[in-house]
Ligand binder design. Structure first.
Ligand code: UFG
Length: 349
């Protein structure tokens, strides 16, 4: 889409964060006018590559929201601002109820008042929760069984949108249930900035760069083939593209949807670390630790519906690509080098 008078304005909450900033970049490059609302608690101003208009503050601030919606003609809201760390949600659940439910309600009150018709929610695979060692990919119609406050609060967010649609049928939404997002912008401009992130791939590439001495494996006694938890890892670039597809779908009149974002294939913690080792001259030092509270043994997406509904097709569907991208970004971010494996080099053990 070319930049024209008719370009649509999209409000992106949490647009300075990891996932939000990749979507902001894609929206700007597609010719949308982007307005960002971010309290910068975990996001970074420098993640906005095209100097998009930024309001610094919380989605829970009704006065600020009134200003944002009055000063801009918002066509759609993309709501990324949230607390997103599973283990933290176990130890500090009220932070999750406040940020993910109370603040989302306040945002939706503004959406209702200013009659915004389109909404895209960052939801999560954590709504599926504990499916035991059942490796059947989760379809959207599986009954949710969230096993931590993070998953529960995101499920409530989905219900808020569903109820708002019942009250105002012209209000339509897409809730995207992210599986495990990793990697960075393919041009290497933006990525996961926070240095104390706890996610597996982020932490593993930090260990590869010597920022931590070893890699903890949280539990190797799960009822899975190698005893470690299985997740469906999706490249940030593919996830960001799904948001643009969802926006186009809503603007074209699409009905409300809940859609998984994943590749329909799982990798265990050990498989992720083995794949990273394959990129490195020296394998990571691993330590087996007790299970982490709130972890589901296996979460794999059934990603049929998003392909059929949005026509979304992944372009970076390989664990090695995701890990190489995460590693390159972390090297740029920290100015450190990993000793990469050379072609034909024997693995050093
Ligand atoms: N893990 C380790 N060592 C680490 C970090 C993680 O073994 O240092 C393990 C975890 O125990 C888990 C797996 O790697 O089994 C993945 O853990 P992450 O912390 O990377 O991600 P989660 O699955 O806990 O959560 C992520 C996002 C959520 C999202 C969820 C969907 O943080 O927002 O994926 O599956 F909902």
């Amino acid at each position: 889409m070319k930049k024209t008078e008719t370009k649509k304005t999209i409000l992106v909450t949490g647009g300075c964060g990891y996932i939000g900033s990749h979507v902001v970049c894609l929206l700007s490059e597609a010719g949308y006018d982007v307005v960002v609302l971010d309290d910068l608690s975990t996001g970074f101003r420098k993640a906005l590559l095209y100097q998009e208009k930024l309001y610094v503050g919380s989605c829970g601030d009704a006065q600020l929201l009134a200003r944002v919606f009055t000063e801009n003609d918002i066509e759609a809201v993309m709501h990324f601002a949230a607390s997103i760390v599973v283990p933290e949600s176990v130890t500090n659940p009220l932070k999750y109820y406040q940020n993910n439910i109370v603040n989302t309600t306040t945002l939706c009150q503004a959406v209702e008042k200013f009659e915004v018709k389109h909404f895209i929610l960052s939801s999560t695979a954590a709504v599926y929760g504990n499916r035991g060692s059942d490796a059947t990919p989760c379809a959207e119609n599986f009954s949710p069984q969230p096993m931590n406050a993070y998953g529960r609060t995101k499920l409530v967010d989905e219900w808020i949108l569903a109820d708002l649609h019942v009250a105002h049928p012209s209000f339509r939404y897409v809730a995207l249930r992210y599986f495990n997002v990793a990697g960075a912008d393919v041009q290497g401009r933006i990525g996961q900035n926070s240095l104390n992130a706890t996610h597996l791939i982020k932490r593993a590439v930090q260990v590869a760069l010597g920022l931590y001495p070893s890699m903890s494996i949280f539990g190797d006694d799960y009822d899975t083939p190698d005893g470690t938890c299985i997740r469906d890892y999706i490249h940030i670039a593919d996830l960001a593209a799904a948001h643009l597809k969802a926006l186009e779908y809503l603007v074209a009149g699409g009905s409300p949807q809940v859609l998984n974002c994943g590749y329909s294939k799982g990798a265990s913690v050990k498989e992720v670390l083995d794949t990273l080792d394959g990129l490195l001259a020296v394998p990571l030092l691993r330590k087996t630790m007790p299970r982490r509270e709130g972890d589901a043994p296996c979460l794999i997406a059934n990603a049929t519906k998003i392909r059929e509904t949005l026509g979304w097709k992944p372009c970076h569907d390989s664990l090695e690509t995701i890990l190489a991208s995460a590693l390159s970004w972390e090297m740029k971010l920290t100015n450190k080098k990993a000793i990469r494996r050379q072609p034909n080099q024997e693995q050093v053990l």
